[in-house]
Design a protein around this ligand. Structure first.
Ligand SMILES: [Zn+2]
Ligand SMILES: [Zn+2]
Ligand SMILES: [Zn+2]
Length: 334
């Protein structure tokens, strides 16, 4: 398998990063191989008897490898997404740091330009890491299904998405993609040269038929497209947030979906409130504000952004007034 080698090489090249978690591609393949070699005849006999009883669509588990395969992969996926989220967050905080911190870096002298390039590269490395691991996981699950002629691999994937450890669902991936474009643009403006190429050419924001799309492609094998249309107001997301299920909305729209006022905020949302798209519960409390995406959209569609800002400000004032009126009334008892 060509990808397996590419993946190994990639992980080898990342050795200087301490304790970088990855998918044990070779080990998992070995488990599958053993399953195919040692137990194929009995497995076929087992499947046949089941097929006779229930027809072809009956989901079945492999007693040979399920005990090792899925738990192992699950653990690895948790580590991968954990490491990615932590490091992406660190990098983005650094970039969005307060003016004070920026001053400090400024005073550190002529390192500034180098720092900028360093940040771009680091962002790119992290996106790479996310994408190549996503491909690795997809491939190994496909292999599982092929060997077992099952859909267990796909079912596992759905389960993992529900548990929110699918790396492509991470709000930090979306933030990093926006971050990457933001930095590249400012780099272009200052006339610098980009650092060495990575596995992907970069990310892009396009408006296809007015539909905003944030995309990133990794050597043809995987493409991440994030639709930036808010499914509540049906317009480009404004002041975007990502719920823990990975769905992106305008902050204000999310507040109304969660039946909370902007003054109270999403933190006060009832856990039973559902995401309008996937109907999952408990998705509001851990919502992540997408600051880099906000910056990118503001720059890319300035007029629209200004327009939304005006209406939003009016709505915020209105809600704040209602809130205080209510507070006063309950306080004075009138
Ligand atoms: Zn098996
Ligand atoms: Zn909206
Ligand atoms: Zn959702």
């Amino acid at each position: 398998m060509k990808f397996c080698k590419k993946y190994e090489e990639y992980m080898q090249g990342q050795k200087e990063k301490k304790n970088l978690p990855g998918v044990g591609f070779k080990k998992l393949k070995k488990i599958l191989k053993k399953c195919r070699r040692d137990h194929a005849p009995s497995r076929i006999a087992f499947n046949e008897s089941i097929n006779q009883q229930h027809g072809n669509n009956c989901p079945r588990e492999c007693t040979v490898c399920d005990g090792n395969f899925f738990p192992e992969l699950l653990k690895e996926m948790e580590d991968v997404v954990g490491w990615f989220n932590e490091n992406a967050q660190k990098l983005l905080e650094l970039h969005l740091a307060s003016g004070f911190k920026k001053c400090l870096t400024w005073f550190k002298g002529n390192n500034r330009k180098k720092n900028h390039l360093g940040l771009i590269q680091e962002g790119k490395d992290l996106v790479n890491y996310a994408l190549i691991n996503a491909v690795a996981i997809r491939k190994i699950l496909k292999k599982y299904d092929k060997i077992h002629e099952s859909r267990q691999g796909q079912a596992f994937k759905t389960q993992v998405q529900k548990m929110r450890i699918e790396i492509l669902q991470s709000p930090w991936l979306c933030e990093l993609m926006a971050f990457h474009i933001n930095l590249k643009e400012s780099q272009k403006e200052s006339g610098g040269v980009l650092a060495s190429p990575a596995l992907f050419d970069g990310c892009s924001l396009t408006f296809d038929d007015g539909k905003p799309l944030l995309s990133c492609e990794l050597s043809d094998s995987v493409k991440v497209d994030i639709d930036l249309t808010c499914s509540i107001c049906l317009d480009t997301v404004f002041d975007p947030i990502s719920l823990t299920c990975g769905h992106i909305y305008c902050y204000m729209c999310a507040c109304s979906a969660a039946s909370v006022s902007v003054v109270d905020g999403l933190k006060t949302a009832d856990p039973s409130e559902k995401c309008p798209l996937c109907r999952e519960v408990c998705v509001y409390k851990g919502a992540v504000h997408l600051d880099e995406l906000g910056i990118l959209l503001k720059r890319s569609c300035r007029e629209y952004w200004e327009e939304r800002r005006k209406t939003e400000r009016a709505e915020r004032l209105k809600q704040a007034k209602e809130y205080w009126d209510y507070q006063c009334r309950s306080f004075t008892g009138i």
